[in-house]
Design a protein around this ligand. Structure first.
Ligand code: SAM
Length: 239
């Protein structure tokens, strides 16, 4: 998969992508991340990328032309079709289902705003989709781009050392993940639940399912509406 990022801070994106699972996915040739700085496409000795908003008011707005030139350079760098996504607090909230959809694409292009945002005409003409990483306002789209890069990198086949681990994560089956424990069995903070050392795989699976159901009910009850619950699940939740 190829991800292009339009950002005034492409080094930040490169740094974020260099570590952990994302870094390994890049090393293994499963993913490539390319930064494009609109300032490199700006004109004049100041290489200006922003200007004051029409109508007055605070802040600056990102100019159309440097962004459009950077978008074109990024698109032309590879012949594969690309979906252009603007990171904005006004976009659709990012979900694990959306991450799966993006991870299955061969190529995406992430557009990061700064200041008050981007001239709306560029958004209307060039953007396919707007995504938000939450109901709060950041000073730039770079953290959102880094979030998407990380989330899609770990879904690339071969990125995780254990292929099953992503399938068991929160949201994959609609529920939150169960709690996890490791050595030591006894600790001053408590003991590991005995069922996990029973060797009874059916019992362990049942316990984990019930923990997931209980956590989801307690922390994110609205998620249960989208889950295909078995009769045993319903009985457990009712009890
Ligand atoms: N004036 C804009 C508004 O209120 O909708 C906010 C602009 S924000 C200060 C600057 C840039 O940060 C945005 O253009 C966007 O790229 C990015 N950004 C801020 N919050 C974000 C969020 N929750 N999700 C994704 N991107 C965000």
């Amino acid at each position: 998969m190829r991800i292009d990022v339009i950002s005034l801070f492409p080094d930040f994106i490169a740094q974020c992508a260099a570590f952990g699972v994302t870094g390994r996915a890049i090393e293994r040739g499963l993913l490539s991340v390319h930064g494009w700085n609109p300032r490199d496409h700006a004109e004049g000795s100041y290489r200006r990328v922003d200007d004051r908003p029409f109508g007055g008011g605070p802040g600056m707005v990102m100019l159309i032309d440097p962004l459009r030139a950077a978008l074109r350079a990024a698109r032309d760098a590879d012949p594969a079709p690309v979906r252009t996504i603007y990171l904005t607090p006004q976009g659709a909230p990012l979900t694990q289902a959306k991450v799966h959809e993006l991870a299955e694409r061969g190529r995406i292009l992430l557009l990061c705003g700064r200041y008050e945002g981007i001239d709306e005409r560029l958004v209307e003409a060039e953007v396919d989709e707007e995504i938000s990483i939450g109901d709060y306002v950041l000073s730039g789209g770079e953290l959102g781009a880094a979030v998407i890069i990380d989330a899609v990198a770990r879904l690339q086949e071969g990125a995780l050392n254990d292929a099953d681990s992503a399938a068991q994560d929160s949201f994959e089956n609609g529920l939150l993940d169960c709690p996890h424990y490791t050595r030591p069995v006894e600790h001053e903070l408590g003991a590991v639940p005995p069922v996990l050392m029973s060797g009874n795989h059916a019992e362990i699976a049942r316990w984990r399912r019930q923990q997931s159901l209980e956590r989801t009910l307690r922390r994110r009850p609205e998620l249960l509406d989208g889950v295909d619950l078995s009769p045993a699940d319903r009985q457990f939740l009712a009890g």
